[in-house]
Design a binder for this molecule. Structure first.
Ligand code: NAD
Length: 442
């Protein structure tokens, strides 16, 4: 198969790959995130005091959640909420349910939220939550009890002017609905502005479900103009086929791109003639994952899903988890453009290699900011009690993301740095200014 050609150099299994890379590259996601900050802070020449005000998280909360399982037993789940900053508005950021959640991962994700909100100029700061759980092993009622317990246990942290969560990996609108209901019941009033990404019926926003991918597409359109890539004849590979990845496939396909490879936790699938995103979306809706997709489509199952990242495509969209492109595989990445739908998909070493190889990266804090942008618009609508049509939401989203892309691109040309450093330069300047204007209380 075409995708296998030239990719076999120092090949190993996924498990061996993960453990060897973690050992050699010390993949602490939070340390990696701080490295990105340090590069931009040095260029901006901000003072130690300014750094002290905006770099580390303000509040890290860990709780143990007792949850009654369907068989009557009680299980304890470790859970976190990190509020990285409240300098530019309430903390904002999703809640992740995943067995590999660690406090360092949640700290990194909260950190990225602070700078993501700043880079697109929405008046919010950074937070993130996580529960160490494999939700695929829970029944629907166990999942509901866990979700409600998480929110009840951390009730005092949340509030529409304090900390406003949203969905992330393995959480969805229904879970947001249970959490909003838990909060509203405790306060004996309807309080939809405490959480975003809710179903439309209870105060969700039109356009929120596809917002992360839609924002990425607005960025990709601008990047394609800059790089003189014709989207109509472009090929795309997408890692991850959940909320971000599946909408990414659908929307890029609508823009004329050919989606040649997709993957999820159950494997990667390749078709040089193009995969139909809707076919894969239907398959996942029925079967939960892409498992067996080769049986219902013309796509072939790839032997090693990690090879999707090394395909000779125009656009690579990581839309799964952090640390997927590392110093081990970065040298084999062939895409012209990487659009980071996922948070932190490249390690700092991979970033260096890929940049050196002339690959243009749209960094996560800009590329996937469509999600938080429409979350912000949802929060605004909740506070007004007045709801906009999808066209209005998309219009605002396009304006915010396209302008932000242009600002970051101009900054990258002005400072002669890559787009990631430029995005941090823009964002750190804004957060520093806000922290300074507010000053230090007491
Ligand atoms: P999701 O749970 O809806 O989907 C995650 C997908 O990744 C699933 O298809 C899963 O099977 C797949 N996956 C997990 N491990 C994988 C692996 N090792 N290889 C290949 N695929 C794997 O989550 P999501 O909301 O789509 O989030 C995906 C990424 O996008 C995360 O990094 C998240 O932080 C980021 N993000 C999401 C949003 C949002 O609004 N949902 C916003 C900004 C950023």
């Amino acid at each position: 198969m075409a995708y296998l050609s030239g990719l076999k150099e120092d090949k190993m299994t996924k498990e061996a790959f993960d453990s060897s890379v973690h050992e050699r590259e010390k993949l602490n996601t939070f340390d990696n995130a701080l490295k990105q900050f340090d590069i931009a802070a040095k260029i901006l020449n901000i003072s130690e005091n300014q750094i002290a005000m905006i770099k580390e998280p303000r509040r890290i909360t860990e709780v143990k959640l007792p949850v009654r399982m369907d068989d009557g037993s009680i299980k304890i789940f470790t859970a976190y909420r990190v509020q990285h900053s409240v300098a530019r508005g309430p903390a904002k950021g999703g809640i992740r349910f995943h067995p590999d959640v660690t406090v360092d991962e949640v700290k990194a994700l909260a950190f990225w939220m602070t700078y993501k909100c700043a880079v697109v100029g929405i008046p919010m700061s950074g937070g993130k939550g996580g529960v160490v759980v494999d939700p695929s092993k829970l029944s629907k009622s166990e999942l509901e009890r866990l979700s409600r317990r998480y929110f009840a246990e951390l009730l005092d942290l949340f509030g529409e002017n304090k900390d406003v969560p949203a969905p992330d990996v393995n959480t969805n609108p229904q879970i947001m609905g249970w959490m909003m209901d838990t909060y509203s019941m405790h306060h004996q009033q309807y309080l939809p502005g405490v959480i975003t990404g809710k179903p439309l019926e209870i105060g969700g926003s039109a356009g929120r479900a596809s917002a992360t991918a839609q924002g990425m597409v607005f960025c990709v359109r601008e990047a394609a103009k800059h790089l003189k890539i014709d989207l109509k004849s472009s090929t795309v590979a997408i890692q991850g086929y959940g909320n971000a990845g599946s909408f990414a496939a659908k929307l890029l396909h609508e823009d004329g791109c050919k989606i040649v490879a997709i993957s999820d936790i159950d494997g990667a699938f390749y078709d040089e003639n193009g995969i139909l995103p809707e076919e894969a979306i239907k398959h996942v809706a029925k079967n939960k994952t892409l498992k067996g997709f080769e049986k219902v489509s013309k796509a072939k199952r790839m032997d090693d899903p990690m090879e999707l990242l090394e395909l000779d495509v125009d656009i690579l969209v990581p839309a799964a988890l952090e640390n997927q492109i590392t110093k081990e595989n970065a040298k084999r990445v062939k895409a012209k453009l990487i659009a980071e739908c996922a948070n932190g998909p490249l390690t700092p070493k991979a970033d260096e290699t890929v940049t050196r190889n002339g690959i243009f990266i749209i960094p996560d804090i800009l590329c996937n900011a469509g999600g938080v942008t429409v979350s912000y618009l949802e929060w605004v609508q909740n506070r007004m009690g007045y709801y906009w049509a999808e066209e209005r939401v998309l219009e605002d989203l396009e304006r915010i993301i396209t302008n932000s892309f242009k600002t970051v691109l101009e900054t990258s040309l002005e400072y002669k740095v890559n787009m990631r450093v430029a995005a941090f330069i823009v964002a750190i300047s804004r957060v520093t200014k806000a922290a300074e204007i507010r000053g230090l209380y007491a």
